[in-house]
Unconditional design. Structure first.
Length: 231
């Protein structure tokens, strides 16, 4: 039996000519064109002036062509006025400082604990004339010192030198800045300023406020009234 002859395949026709290139003209023809059109032409409704020149596009033309949507707010938010308790007071003194309190830490050990950094102010009530110390923390504005200024008695509310520093003072007072588990008790505080000159100025301002309170208390006692609820 004779072997089968292999199937005959037709040879591919050889490629002739150069390979087609995008944008190149075909053989014997013109190159194809690719254009986005005239992007700078005027809007359809813009009237062309005499002479055929394109009209200038203005903001009014754009507003005619593009309708801008309007979204009404879901709820109207009104500004609320908050009372910080200082509207009836004037600032008699203000200076940036760091405040400390002699207190327990989380483990129950006593030591100086930082209360905050901010402006220590002497505030005077416009109507009653009473004065107090007020300090808020710079970033949170939370009160860290709020206590009445009382006449000099040689004990509480008296500034004392802080050993080893000429820009710091210590004193004890009934502070109202926060709620304590042990109730309203006398606290030992210390304040530190940038330099000794500022510390001295604070002491002078504090002594002046104490003298004013002494005069005020004497007048109230003479009149038979000692109302501390207005402080």
């Amino acid at each position: 039996m004779a072997d089968a002859e292999p199937a005959k395949t037709e040879a591919a026709a050889p490629l002739t000519g150069a390979a087609a290139v995008f944008g190149a003209p075909p053989a014997g023809g013109a190159a194809p064109t690719f254009s986005l059109g005239n992007l700078s032409k005027a809007l359809p409704d813009a009237a062309a002036p005499a002479g055929g020149a394109a009209a200038e596009v203005t903001s009014a033309d754009i507003e005619k062509e593009v309708e801008i949507g309007h979204f009404a707010p879901v709820a109207k938010v009104e500004k609320q006025d908050t009372d910080d308790g200082e509207t009836d007071e004037s600032v008699e003194y203000k200076q940036r400082a760091k405040l400390f309190r002699y207190d327990k830490d989380v483990e129950g050990e006593m030591g100086w604990r930082e209360r905050g950094v901010g402006d220590m102010r002497i505030m005077q009530h416009i109507e009653t004339g009473k004065l107090r110390l007020l300090m808020r923390r710079e970033k949170t504005h939370k009160i860290c010192c709020n206590q009445p200024i009382m006449p000099a008695t040689g004990g509480m509310y008296m500034l004392k030198e802080n050993v080893g520093s000429d820009r710091s003072w210590m004193w004890s007072a009934m502070d109202l800045s926060d709620d304590r588990e042990d109730g309203l008790t006398a606290q030992t505080l210390a304040i530190r300023f940038k330099d000794s000159d500022i510390a001295t100025a604070f002491k002078d301002a504090y002594a002046k406020a104490q003298a004013a309170m002494e005069t005020l208390v004497a007048a109230e006692e003479a009149a038979g009234g000692d109302d501390e609820d207005d402080l």
